[in-house]
Structures are given as C-alpha cells and as structure tokens.
Write a protein that binds this ligand. Structure first.
Ligand code: ADP
Length: 473
C-alpha cells in the first residue's frame, strides 16, 4: 500500500514532542513490512535541511484569503530516514526556525495543508491512504472531500491520528476564505461551536480516527477541551493504537548520545556510569536515588506541581533523593524551577530548554522518571525510561495507564509506580515508594530487568495500522 503521512513534525527533521517521534518511526516500520510510506511536512529551517540533499519534485501555487502563494516540494535524495521525505517550502511562511509558536500559525499550517492537497491532486495515480496527524493536518480530509478542485480525491481513504486533542487549530469563520473554493453546504464539517475547528473537522471527515492509546480515547469522551460530545458521537469509527519505540533511536545498547552503552546483562553497571556523569555535571549525589522529569513544562504534564512536590519530598524525607528536571514551557514554572536551585543545591538541579542529547543521558542515568501528567495521550517518556531500565513514576491516566503496571501488584507482574491524582501529596507519596524500592537493590534489579524485556516495539502497532488501512480499501 502507498501511505502518505501528513504531519507538522517528524524526527529528526523537526521535533517538538511525541508527534515527531511517531512520524519519524511509523513510516519506517511500515516500509519494512513492504509498504510504501511517505512523509510530507513543512520545510522549516532546521539543521536537518542544511545537512542533507534534496531534489525539487513539484512547484505549484494557490490562493489563500486574497494572497497568491507559490509552493515548492523538495524530496530528500537518499532515503536516509528509511522513507521518502517531502518538504513543502512556502516562502516567508514555513521557512522558519521553530515548528510552532508564531502569531501566524493559522496561516502557516493552512497554507501547508492546501499545498499538500494541491500537490496530491496533480498526481496521476491515487495513494491508498492519506494519514493525517493532529490538527495541523486536520483540514486535509475536508479539502479532499469538499473543495471543488479536489473533490476527485474524495474517495481516497483518510485516517486521522490524534496525538494531542488539547490543541485544535481553532480559527474564526472570518478566515473561511483561506480554503480553496468549497461547497458551502458542507460548512457543518468545519464548524465546532461557531469556529472553524480543524481537529473536529478531521474527526468528522476522516474515514477512521485513531488515538495513541486506548485509554486516551475513553478519556476524550469526558475530557477533550470541548470536543467530548463529538468523540461520543463518532466513537464508532475511533480506536486506540498505542505508540511504539523506535529501537534504532531509543536503545541503550546503541545509543550514541549516552556516555556508556549497556544492555540487560550489565544494566546496573551501565546505569551507574551514566548516572555518575550526570551527577558530576549537575552537582548531585550518586549514592542517592536520582529522580528526573523530562518534558514540556505545561499544565497537561503536571509541571506546575513539580516545584512544591520536589521541595516537599526533599524536606520531608530529609534529602534522601536527588532530582534533575529538563524542560521548557510556561514562564512561571521555568522561573520557579530555576529559582529553587539555590536553596536545594546538591539535591536538585534543572536545565531549562530543549536538549535531545541530555534527555537520552537522563533516561540512561536516572533511577526513576516522574510523569505527574494530567493528560497523557500515550506518553513516550515512560516507554523510553523502561527501555533504559529507569522506573517510571506515573499518574494513572491515558497511555500511562495502558503501559505501566505498579510494582506492588500482588501477582508480581508489575514494574512501575502509579498514583491516581495529580496532586503534590500523591507525587510525594510515590517518591517515598521510589526511595523504598531503591533501598532494596535486588528488587530494583528485578524490576529493571523486567522493564527492559517488555516489547514496546513498533512492529505490533505498525501491524494494527496496516489492518486498519486494509479495512478501508
Ligand atoms: P508530548 O508529545 O506530549 O510532549 P510525549 O511523551 O509523547 O509528550 O513525547 C515527548 C518527547 O519529547 C520525548 O521524546 C521526550 O524525550 C521529548 N522531550 C520533551 N521535552 C524535551 C526537552 N526539553 N528536551 C529534550 N527532549 C524533550
């Protein structure tokens, strides 16, 4: 099958979070099964662009809200990612350094999507599936089915995968003229509560919808930033497929970012050396359990709870543990995490910003990874942590619930630490349990080995996506 993935992110071309990891991995594994999976995304000015060679494969133009825009599609020459990578260049709109966070993101991603659909419409054959990811690609199914110039593609199956339903790409109806001439009888397929809502539109128009874990799909019916009724109504075409791990990128035996590679046989020694490197650099005590947080510093991730939870844990448990935080996001959380450093020197440290290498070193060198998420569609961090023998401490929500079993489970099948509420109290209690586990080296070792043996590879999930596509042919 020929599958076109449309996405705003794809690792290592451009990544802001888990979406990038998934789109950088899934097509590769689909190709390994003998399919032809391709990725099309915006051409940002990221290091990947300058480090690789590209061919121009298409040039086109379209109108958007009174402006006439030219686009160019370039294709990476040597298939370095294991799939065909197409980048869309729209001068002045997409060619920026960051993926998101500009005032004109609506214009940027709308123009990206129009260019994708316009390009596909010029093909002289049809792909088997157009697979769109999150709201940045959410208008594609609508345009393929309702824009006069593109309606000949209406029967091409479309699949939407929701990696995060909190962000929906809302735009006012005053921007409806951005879309190429469309059948106005179909306005209801764009609308949600008096706005154009690209994510809602994709849920309505896609042939099938998947979320990145089964539990997240259930939660969306009760908590999805105002789309609850839509998910309840459309539940018949929705299913959850858990993400996998790209074993070529996230593998402690091969990882070039970490100080010392290790496997199941030498996990304790390997982790200790990596921990030593971290502790030295961040002025922490190698003899104490090292608990880390890696991620976006936003409410969804429970990042606002970190300063008090860390402070309380260190105070009430007499500094029996160390913490290291890596992340960026809300200004006030960043500031608090920085300001705490002075008072908790030797027990706590943080690095504000995005740092791929450090994140790998932390998965390898930490003993525990804390994820107090309020919302977690799948969560990749806990999967990576387990692959590196690092015990996840997670709130029981979304994909965290689907992938982590508490080590206290009576039948002995567990390996992580779970808690129910995104509160400082639940977090500090879980940290207390982590300290207890750390004080039992034999038990900790068993847990590490058990986690590292779990098969969270992409093979299983890739098969599920292929089944889904086949059901649409
Ligand atoms: P989300 O996509 O909601 O941010 P996921 O758990 O799905 O969360 O994916 C997060 C990915 O982003 C992981 O690969 C994680 O290591 C990475 N990541 C998040 N923040 C940072 C950071 N500050 N530096 C490096 N990597 C980060």
């Amino acid at each position: 099958m020929e599958i076109i993935h449309v996405s705003a992110e794809c690792y290592p071309v451009a990544k802001a979070g888990g979406l990038g990891d998934v789109v950088g991995a899934l097509p590769k594994y689909q190709n390994e099964l003998g399919h032809l999976a391709k990725v099309v995304m915006p051409m940002y000015k990221t290091p990947f662009l300058y480090a690789h060679e590209f061919d121009v494969v298409h040039k086109g133009s379209f109108g958007m809200g009174g402006s006439w825009l030219n686009y160019t599609i370039i294709k990476e020459k040597f298939n370095v990612l294991g799939f065909d990578l197409y980048l869309i260049d729209i001068n002045g709109l997409l060619d920026r350094q960051k993926v998101y966070g500009y005032d004109d993101d609506v214009e940027r991603f709308t123009s990206f999507q129009i260019a994708v659909v316009d390009w596909l419409s010029k093909w002289n054959h049809r792909p088997d599936v157009v697979h769109v990811h999150d709201h940045h690609a959410g208008l594609v199914p609508f345009m393929m089915q309702n824009c006069f110039a593109y309606k000949h593609m209406a029967t091409i199956p479309t699949v939407l995968t929701i990696h995060n339903a909190q962000y929906q790409g809302w735009m006012g109806w005053n921007k409806s003229n951005y879309l190429p001439a469309w059948d106005s009888n179909s306005w209801g397929k764009l609308d949600w509560k008096n706005n154009i809502n690209p994510l809602a539109s994709a849920v309505k128009c896609s042939f099938r919808v998947t979320t990145v874990s089964p539990s997240y799909l259930e939660e969306l019916k009760f908590n999805s930033n105002d789309l609850e009724a839509l998910f309840e109504y459309e539940k018949g075409k929705c299913s959850g497929i858990i993400n996998g791990i790209d074993d070529l990128v996230w593998n402690p035996e091969l990882d070039k970012y970490i100080d010392t590679q290790y496997g199941i046989e030498d996990v304790d020694e390997g982790k200790l050396i990596n921990k030593e490197v971290l502790c030295k650099e961040y002025n922490l005590d190698i003899h104490k359990p090292l608990i880390v947080f890696i991620g976006r510093l936003v409410d969804e991730k429970g990042a606002d709870l970190l300063p008090k939870a860390i402070g309380d844990a260190i105070y009430h448990m007499q500094g029996q543990m160390n913490f290291l935080v890596l992340g960026s996001g809300d200004f006030w959380v960043e500031r608090q995490l920085e300001d705490m450093k002075g008072g908790l020197m030797g027990y706590y440290n943080s690095k504000i910003g995005y740092n791929e290498k450090l994140s790998h070193q932390m998965y390898a060198g930490a003993d525990f990874l804390l994820m107090p998420s309020r919302v977690e569609p799948c969560g990749l961090n806990q999967l990576y942590a387990m692959r590196y023998g690092t015990v996840p401490i997670v709130r029981s929500t979304g994909g965290l619930k689907d992938t982590v079993i508490d080590y206290g489970t009576p039948d002995g099948s567990g390996y992580g630490i779970r808690f129910n509420d995104a509160t400082v109290g639940d977090i500090t209690y879980s940290i207390h349990r982590a300290v207890q586990l750390y004080s039992q080296p034999k038990r900790l070792d068993e847990v590490r080995i058990k986690m590292m043996q779990i098969d969270n590879s992409w093979e299983i999930s890739t098969g599920k996506y292929i089944e889904l596509y086949k059901s649409l042919q």
